[in-house]
Design a protein around this ligand. Structure first.
Ligand code: SDX
Length: 431
């Protein structure tokens, strides 16, 4: 007999089962709470609420642990490519050589974006934020790939199964999203739009599409490719964060994969979430331009009456170091050193970290650097404009969103529809 939890309410006692995960996390199963007690729970921001059982990513916020399908992200960064990690997240195991070759070939087959979609892209003003552009283009993919969207729940005339369609949607997104992302960068830089170089490995190709210049021989920089590989792996999934939960809940209504991920891109854009990496660099530049007065900004962050927050610090789950931040901080040092770049804001970031980690306010509230605190410094060193930083986050998160959406559908999760406590006017008639 498993564990259970008892609730006493209105003179009655109720018992609910407790479920335990493979890492011994425990939850009260309240599926029958309302039908048995008439009660619902109230948990703004879902700080104490699990909305699914998942086998994809495990993180331990107290001990700073992050694993994809059981493998530590540190080991994956050292030994595997981003595409192999994408395969691991989506299909549950690391691919064999044959499996990764097939995935790479299938992606190459789909590595084109409809020319009409390119026209839609070109109609955006140069000033448009790339996250808004990509959310629109990803949703627009539906119009150019109807097979996978309109009949996802029915056998279509072509007789392809849902599994085939899921696979086709997956490789189309893995193929087309990097092209569209590179277009947003190239548009900002005034470069002509290009396409995949199918002779290159997946991450090498992303670097090529972003950085290749017309009428110049493209020379691959392994420092850049290796840094991108690490950053993309570290951003690939992070269990039920805001944007991933958005992808799952939109998909739970039977909206298609592209529509669900388009919603996830919009959620990630927010400065409290993926948009923080852009906000961190803007904050560091503000501090640098204000005489690098770090104490002033640490005090502003602590001042309740001041809206200023130390961007890149704090996390809903990590109450210790975000393991990704540690890896990225080391990579930032390495990349700047290898590229011979001396960026003063890296020193400002390190001074802020040192002061904050020794400050009572941050210690008491368990606020540590998160994934966004150092990542922007590497993107900057790679010549990526600040407004593109969250696009780089989304580029990494695509396989995680696909994996989570697929798991939600495979597990036949019900449509997401939270309840509420109504506190508005009681019944009244028009006088
Ligand atoms: C990501 O969930 C994920 O997994 C997300 C992510 C992923 O991979 O998908 O890891 C990616 O989004 C990382 C987080 C990036 N965001 C930022 O860096 C923005 C700055 N940080 C915060 O705004 C905040 O820490 C959050 C949004 C990250 C977490 O917010 P919570 O969990 O709702 O916590 P909170 O806002 O209630 O803060 C708790 C306390 C508050 O003080 P009190 O009201 O208790 O007195 O800590 C304070 C906050 O004022 N606080 C901060 C702070 N973060 C929290 N004070 C100053 N500076 C900060 N950065």
């Amino acid at each position: 007999m498993g564990k259970s939890a008892k609730i006493e309410f209105d003179g009655k006692s109720y018992t609910f089962p407790v479920i335990t995960g493979s890492e011994n996390e425990e939850a009260i199963d309240i599926n029958q709470l309302r039908s048995e007690t008439g009660l619902i729970t109230y948990d703004p921001g879902y700080k104490n609420t699990g909305h699914c059982i998942s086998e994809i990513t495990y993180l331990d916020g107290e001990n700073g642990v992050l694993r994809y399908r059981g493998y530590s992200v540190d080991e994956l960064c050292q030994k595997k490519s981003f595409l192999e990690v994408a395969y691991l997240l989506i299909y549950g195991d690391l691919p064999t050589n044959l499996e990764i070759q097939k995935l790479q070939e299938d992606i190459r087959e789909e590595a084109l974006v409809d020319e009409d979609l390119k026209q839609i892209f070109k109609s955006f003003p140069k000033s448009a934020h790339p996250m808004g552009v990509l959310s629109s283009l990803t949703s627009a993919l539906i119009a150019f790939n109807p097979l996978n969207e309109t009949k996802i729940s029915l056998k279509d005339s072509a007789g392809t199964t849902e599994k085939d369609k899921m696979y086709l949607s997956t490789i189309r997104l893995l193929a087309k999203f990097p092209i569209m992302s590179s277009w947003t960068l190239r548009k900002i830089k005034g470069l002509p739009l290009n396409y995949s170089n199918n002779n290159l490995e997946y991450t090498e190709n992303i670097a090529y599409m972003m950085f290749a210049k017309p009428n110049q021989d493209y020379k691959q920089n392994d420092i850049i490719v290796n840094a991108l590989n690490t950053l993309l792996i570290l951003h690939a999934d992070h269990e039920q964060n805001c944007s991933t939960s958005t992808v799952r809940i939109v998909g739970s209504s039977y909206a298609g994969l592209y529509a669900s991920i388009s919603a996830g891109i919009s959620a990630l854009w927010g400065r409290l979430h993926g948009g923080a990496n852009q906000a961190v660099i803007e904050m560091l530049e503000l501090i640098k331009n204000d005489g690098s007065d770090i104490d002033k900004y640490i005090n502003k962050a602590k001042d309740k009456s001041d809206p200023f927050r130390l961007m890149g610090f704090g996390h809903r789950v990590y109450k210790n170091f975000d393991p990704r931040a540690k890896i990225i901080k080391k990579a930032a040092d390495q990349v700047l050193n290898d590229l011979g770049i001396d960026d003063p804001i890296l020193e400002i970031a390190k001074s802020i970290e040192e002061k904050a980690l020794n400050d009572e306010y941050f210690i008491e509230k368990k606020l540590y650097p998160n994934v966004d605190f150092y990542s922007g410094i590497i993107y900057r060193a790679l010549g990526i404009p600040t407004e593109m930083f969250t696009v780089m986050f989304a580029l990494g998160r695509i396989p995680g969103w696909i994996a989570q959406w697929k798991e939600m559908r495979d597990s036949k999760n019900p449509i997401g529809r939270p309840r509420q406590i109504y506190n508005g006017p009681t019944h009244r008639s028009i006088s």
